[in-house]
Write a protein that binds this ligand. Structure first.
Ligand SMILES: Cc1cc2nc3c(=O)[nH]c(=O)nc-3n(C[C@H](O)[C@H](O)[C@H](O)COP(=O)(O)OP(=O)(O)OC[C@H]3O[C@@H](n4cnc5c(N)ncnc54)[C@H](O)[C@@H]3O)c2cc1C
Length: 385
């Protein structure tokens, strides 16, 4: 395991300051309802403003509209945006993972088609991995792609697809070769790009969240035609590509910052008053643990910049980070001695009510705690994921 202590350089601190100044000017406290980390609102205009600064797709090559920046630079931008509760939802998935997948595995025609618009903050992507009978055991996906002239015919269903109703495109893991009895189900999978807005045979059905909000969708394919030019990388190599994609998903600030804006708002609302001893102790504990997690997570970004693929370290950061997020929420709930209501006049209490509803999903999305422990354990023993 490689968690090497690291600090930001002078240039990196300058970037951090630039992002803080941008946020203070664009979203001064009190001017917006902060989001809970990466579950923030989708706001195309805000994504465009970030893109104009070069902060969307920033690690992608300049040739395709990116800034050729490092993983640590993206870490800095993302850390500031998430702790501020900025509305980064629209470009989030494209920036965090789809752009890098297309750049790494796609061809030049696909890079030309998608990367400049990702970097301009003009295209939102959803993730099509989970299916009704396939979540943790992702290799068992059964959405079937049958060969056709110049492409593939898709039939099947994806589930829990976040924001498919507001995003534009979808990157999906599908089965292009059936598994023979006793065969390896990690073989014969492929990643395909699908237009969410203009595809005949694609049906979107909302799955209402606990509070009735529309976040999740079921996306079903009824003889959907996917042209060959929309297959990313090599047909049949989807498992390896998807594993790389998941490594981009884990280990970043989005896995430990979800309740940060809630804690910060509690501080704002208690400012000037005498804090009771348990509250002071809680702030002390949370600050220390946040700082430790933040440094582990930063060291993962450094490893990526050194050309490493730190899947063990990033899985452990996600495991520890999301567990910590749940503890933060529990401790805040203990502090509040009455029932939480989402219409409260207190922004802190509104945010906390939202944390209580969405928090349990934090340890599930992007791989459950049990699965992450298993990835880390296998990785430490040198076994395949
Ligand atoms: C907020 C949120 C957003 C999401 N967004 C998306 C999205 O945009 N796109 C997408 O594709 N999916 C998305 N998901 C789905 C998510 O990836 C799956 O829910 C997750 O992978 C778990 O799969 P499952 O729900 O089928 O649970 P299961 O796989 O059925 O797991 C049920 C329980 O069994 C445990 N378990 C399963 N297998 C093992 C094992 N081998 N060893 C030990 N324990 C095991 C799990 O840890 C879990 O506790 C989202 C989920 C949430 C909560």
């Amino acid at each position: 395991m490689r968690f090497t202590p690291t600090e930001l350089t002078i240039d990196e601190r300058a970037l951090q300051l630039e992002v803080r100044e941008f946020l203070a000017a664009e979203l001064p406290p009190g001017s917006h309802e902060p989001g809970l980390g990466m579950s923030a609102r989708s706001d195309r205009a805000f994504s465009k403003k970030m893109a104009d600064r070069g902060w969307v797709g920033m690690a992608l090559p300049k040739e395709w509209g990116g800034s050729d920046k490092k993983a640590v630079d993206r870490f800095i931008v993302v850390e500031e945006m998430l702790r501020w509760g900025a509305p980064v939802g629209y470009h989030w998935v494209a920036d965090r993972q789809t752009g890098s997948v297309i750049n790494k595995f796609g061809n030049d025609e696909q890079r030309e088609r998608f990367l400049p618009s990702i970097c301009r903050g003009e295209i939102g992507f959803s993730i099509g991995m989970s299916e009704p009978d396939s979540g943790s055991d992702l290799a068992s996906v059964s959405t079937k792609a049958d060969r056709d002239d110049g492409g593939w015919i898709l039939n099947g269903t994806k589930i829990w697809t976040s924001s498919a109703h507001t995003n534009d495109w979808f990157i999906c893991l599908v089965r292009t070769t059936p598994v023979e009895p006793g065969g390896n189900k990690r073989e014969g999978l492929s990643q395909v790009l699908i237009d969410l807005k203009n595809t005949e045979g694609l049906e979107l059905s909302p799955i209402p969240f606990l509070n009735g909000e529309h976040h999740f969708n079921e996306v079903s394919f009824h003889d959907v035609f996917v042209p060959d030019e929309n297959v990313v990388g090599q047909a049949g190599m989807g498992w390896n590509q998807n594993t790389t994609e998941m490594a981009y998903e884990r280990g970043g600030p989005d896995r430990w910052l979800s309740p940060f804006s809630t804690v910060e708002q509690l501080l704002r609302e208690t400012q000037g008053g005498d804090l009771e001893r348990p509250v002071v102790e809680l702030f002390g504990e949370l600050t220390a643990r946040w700082w430790a997690l933040r440094n582990l997570s930063l060291s993962v970004a450094r490893l990526i910049d050194d050309g490493d693929a730190p899947s063990v370290e990033s899985s452990l950061v996600k495991e520890m980070g999301t567990r910590f997020e749940l503890e933060v929420i529990e401790k805040l709930v203990e502090l509040v001695d009455h029932e939480l209501v989402s219409e409260s006049e207190s922004l802190f209490q509104r945010l906390l009510a939202q944390c209580v509803l969405t928090g349990p999903g934090n340890t599930i999305r992007g791989g459950t705690i049990e699965i992450l422990r298993s990835v880390a354990a296998k990785g430490l023993q040198g076994l395949p994921a």
